[in-house]
Design a protein around this ligand. Structure first.
Ligand SMILES: [Zn+2]
Length: 96
């Protein structure tokens, strides 16, 4: 069995995020990771970066969704409801 170099391993770990690996790539990468602590560390680091990127992506989507639910007056449904309750309360306070 031919083992990957560190360069091959890092390239394959990057490719793994975009496409499924071939049998040869999986076997060679696994073999390399068994003997190379530096690449095992690299694999952990890219996993952490992936999680951070996914987290940032999710936060961005949530922010975009929140902007989308604003209406033309720029208020979210929650803000509009709070405003409506405040007005109703103020109006109730002035009535006898
Ligand atoms: Zn290596």
């Amino acid at each position: 069995m031919i083992l990957f170099s560190c360069k091959d391993a890092s390239r394959t770990m990057s490719a793994q995020r975009d496409r499924p690996l071939s049998f040869f790539e999986r076997v060679s990468l696994t073999g390399h990771l068994l003997v190379c602590a530096a690449c095992r560390l690299y694999r952990r680091q890219i996993a952490v970066l992936d999680r951070w990127c996914r987290g940032a992506g999710a936060a961005e989507e949530a922010s975009a969704a929140s902007i989308n639910e604003k209406t033309t007056d720029g208020l979210t449904p929650e803000s509009r409801e709070r405003l409506r309750l405040s007005i109703a309360k103020a109006a109730g306070d002035t009535q006898p």
